[in-house]
Design a protein around this ligand. Structure first.
Ligand code: ZN
Length: 163
């Protein structure tokens, strides 16, 4: 039987009957894989070092449909990717800046996602073995995600107050 393909990241994941997120739209199989990656990061501090990049990459790879929460989610996670990957802010500073930016949610609007947000997905992170491979795959995935949103970089920089 063919494995179902996620409508957003286009990854193929084993069939699942589990839940999905309310506004980060995905297939149950993709959501379950994300859950396993998060569990790996929560269980071991060495993996946890890249946890925020994992969350940001997943969120902006699964933007869902226009709505209050999806608009805010994509905005704040793109802001943090911008601050970490482009501005090279230390993680704590980037997080504080993201939280500060999140207070201005009225400014945000829907950003039209590219038709293809791959090719790396959470499946590639799950397949990584060992902390080094996991960390470098998360980093590559996050960098890819910042790149595929490049038509909106100037908007995100303005939201992050670095434009
Ligand atoms: Zn997916």
């Amino acid at each position: 039987m063919a494995m179902p393909q996620c409508m957003w990241c286009k990854g193929v994941f084993p069939e699942e009957n589990g839940p999905t997120h309310r506004y980060m739209e995905s297939t149950p199989g993709c959501w379950a894989a994300y859950g396993r990656v998060l569990a790996r990061e929560y269980e071991d501090q060495r993996y946890f070092a890249v946890h925020r990049l994992t969350v940001d990459a997943y969120a902006v790879q699964h933007p869902g449909v226009p709505g209050k929460q999806s608009i805010q989610s994509v905005a704040v996670h793109l802001i943090r990717l911008c601050l970490v990957l482009e501005q090279e802010l230390p993680p704590e500073k980037a997080n504080d800046a993201m939280l500060a930016a999140a207070k201005h949610k009225a400014r945000y609007h829907w950003l039209e996602p590219a038709t293809f947000l791959g090719p790396l997905t959470v499946a590639d992170v799950e397949a990584a073995s060992g902390v080094e491979e996991h960390s470098s795959m998360v980093r590559r995935w996050a960098e890819q995600m910042w790149q595929v949103w490049s038509p909106h970089h100037s908007t995100v920089r303005a939201w992050a107050n670095v434009g």
